[in-house]
Ligand binder design. Structure first.
Ligand code: SAM
Length: 329
């Protein structure tokens, strides 16, 4: 049975950030600066945390960052994770979120190591626009090749995440609809959240769900697909059955009431919400020689402190104590 927080939410999904370094500088996420702020841990330490958490009900693990494919040894880490079992004795559902820059060469080895799925971030289907958003000049072709390699390797379904930010890429909505149909991938539009390093978020920088839907419907009619309560994306297919899109709308349609996630940062802290103003030092506890049982006790206490909801756009909003690249999205 998964652990349940004080609001009755079962905690089944874990995100592990394995580095807070990134080779992209996306305008909605990072500054133009290089380097990591918090650093990372040996894989064996993340693996122990994952094993203990699988024992208390985690059934899905997503590896993220920073950019996780920058980390040497990530394929072996996936292979080790694939040997773990959930508390029900089943293999874990293993996914990676990546910017795709290094994916073309790694998709097949990751699949062979036991990865189930991949999500690739891509915020424009136009090379010039892509470069303006990522602040990297040679990325577009590589990311496209990465998406295709993931699809060919059977990392299915390949999801493509597009953060929409007004003034940068809201005109990419229809081109992404075409892209989803042509490439056979699920494109998911994400509302921009105030988690960026440069603090440029304001309510009017968000392109909300209703605007995404109405723009896409100018291209083709959409039919909503029923989704699981814990799923963050509202899902739609085009009327002729070709192509799927999703919309993740944490700002205009928050889904905190169904949140099933916790995160481990690259330096081994548990975060119970993207917008937490504190974190919980699981790695410190391990370093002090805690047994697995003591780790479980700590985790149970932490989960009881999971925030009820975020307060984006409200007068009492307090920015998270870390930005997205240092949390692990
Ligand atoms: N480097 C990997 C990547 O690019 O996918 C993984 C880490 S990245 C922080 C994870 C996801 O967070 C990406 O899909 C990214 O687009 C999203 N993201 C980053 N900053 C965001 C923000 N301010 N609002 C919404 N999504 C954001």
């Amino acid at each position: 049975m998964p652990l349940t927080d004080k609001f009755g939410r079962a905690i089944t999904d874990l995100r592990i950030s394995i580095t807070d370094r990134c080779n992209y500088k996306c305008v909605y996420c990072r500054t133009g600066n290089e380097g990591a702020l918090y650093g990372d841990l040996p894989f064996a330490e993340y693996l122990r945390m994952a094993r203990v958490l699988a024992g208390v009900g985690i059934s899905k693990i997503r590896i993220t960052g920073g950019e996780p494919l920058l980390r040497k040894g990530v394929v072996d880490f996936v292979r080790e994770l694939a040997t773990l079992r959930s508390s029900e004795g089943k293999p874990l559902d293993l996914a990676i979120t990546t910017n795709g820059h290094l994916l073309a060469e790694m998709a097949k080895p990751l699949k062979d190591a036991g990865l189930s799925r991949v999500t690739v971030s891509m915020d424009a289907v136009d090379p010039g626009r892509f470069a303006r958003i990522t602040r990297v000049s040679n990325g577009y072709d590589r990311v496209l090749a990465g998406i295709r390699a993931a699809r060919d390797a059977g990392l299915w379904p390949v999801k493509v995440n597009c953060v929409l930010m007004r003034g940068f890429n809201e005109d990419q909505i229809i081109p992404f609809g075409m892209f989803a149909r042509e490439e056979g991938v699920t494109v998911r539009f994400i509302e921009f959240m105030p988690l960026e390093e440069e603090r440029v978020w304001a309510p009017d920088t968000v392109v909300p769900l209703r605007e995404i839907l109405s723009r896409m419907k100018e291209y083709r009619p959409l039919v909503e697909i029923p989704h699981e309560r814990s799923e963050t994306a509202r899902r739609y297919r085009f009327d002729d059955g070709v192509g799927e899109i999703g919309i993740i709308a944490p700002v205009s349609h928050p889904f905190c009431g169904h949140c099933s996630r916790i995160r481990i940062t690259s330096d081994g802290k548990i975060r119970t919400c993207l917008f937490s103003v504190w974190d919980h030092d699981l790695h410190g506890l391990m370093k002090r020689g805690a047994s697995d049982g003591e780790m479980v006790e700590f985790i149970e206490g932490v989960i009881q402190r999971k925030e009820e909801r975020h307060h984006i756009g409200e007068p009492d909003f307090v920015p998270a104590s870390r930005t997205m690249v240092h949390i692990g999205g």
